[in-house]
Write a protein that binds this ligand. Structure first.
Ligand code: GLN
Length: 282
């Protein structure tokens, strides 16, 4: 069978199975993955015969996809801040919206010399490690309660040739007691258990619940982090969060109550309030 025809078959299957908005591109990505070739190379060989020894393999990953498994868990990779991240089902797949948070931190950290940064609940490491890549003079620490996530973050640091990031496995601030940072960032689990039935099957069935859900209407981790952050922030240091839909105002109020200043809300690409930042006053 010609590669082009096989792609048409895969595109239809993926569309039927998942309703994906980009079934053709997904079919291509899976084909690039199975043949281990680039997009450019795929376009050159589109009219050639598909190598038969890979046919079963390709069909089986297309079926995995049509049954709902997210594309990034099949290819085990996701691009974030133009960097490649290894992912598996023990970590959340990095989201484009989270890039807004990283870009805001890059902007805010311009005036800080050699910033010490803490990323709480790092998962794949996408936030902390991309900051380490783009802020060469920074020193980045990342924490996660999941040992599997810390292993993946370490693997990603190695892939990105980052040698000086510190990794801590533990609950929130517990593993960094006594340390002080210029910047604390987190994209904590923020979906409330009440919203569980509103999220897509792909997310609910495949991504780790520990990275998605939180008590107290999804606000539990914001409350914990905000109430303790000042013990770990230097003077004029800042705290930055990604927040869920409708949470920005509550999170900024919590920050105000804890005497954070210059609180700012930044919208994501869809116009939703997505990032909240504040500066530690004292
Ligand atoms: N920090 C990681 C990310 O932004 C993981 C977040 C999480 O697991 N809630 O993707």
């Amino acid at each position: 069978m010609k590669i082009k025809n096989l792609l048409t078959w895969a595109e239809e299957e993926i569309y039927k199975g998942t309703g994906s908005a980009i079934p053709a591109r997904e079919a291509e990505i899976l084909l690039e993955y199975i043949l281990n070739i680039s997009r450019e190379k795929l376009y050159i060989i589109l009219h050639e015969e598909f190598p038969s020894e890979y046919l079963e393999g390709y069909k089986s990953i297309v079926l995995e996809r049509t049954s709902g498994k997210p594309l990034s868990y099949i290819t085990q990779t996701k691009e974030f801040m133009s960097l490649p991240f290894f992912v598996d089902p023990s970590v959340l797949i990095p989201r484009p919206d989270t890039e807004i948070l990283v870009e805001e931190i890059l902007r805010m950290s311009k005036n800080i010399k050699n910033p010490a940064i803490l990323d709480i609940g790092t998962g794949s490491g996408c936030i902390g490690l991309s900051l380490a890549c783009y802020l060469k003079e920074s020193s980045v620490s990342v924490t996660d309660i999941s040992p599997e996530a810390i292993d993946i973050a370490k693997k990603n640091a190695a892939n990105l040739s980052l040698t000086s990031v510190s990794f801590y496995c533990g609950d929130l601030f517990e593993p960094v007691k006594g340390l002080l940072f210029d910047i604390i960032v987190s994209n904590p689990p923020y979906i409330s258990y009440e919203e569980m039935n509103d999220i897509s099957r792909e997310v609910k069935d495949y991504e780790p619940s520990i990275a998605l859900f939180s008590n107290e209407e999804g606000l539990f981790f914001y409350k914990k982090i905000i109430s303790e952050a000042k013990n770990y922030l230097k003077k004029e240091g800042f705290l930055a969060f990604e927040v869920g839909i409708g949470q920005a105002e509550t999170v900024s109020n919590l920050m105000k109550i804890h005497h954070f200043e210059h609180i700012k809300i930044v919208k994501d690409l869809s116009g939703i309030d997505r990032v909240v930042t504040g500066v530690s006053g004292e």
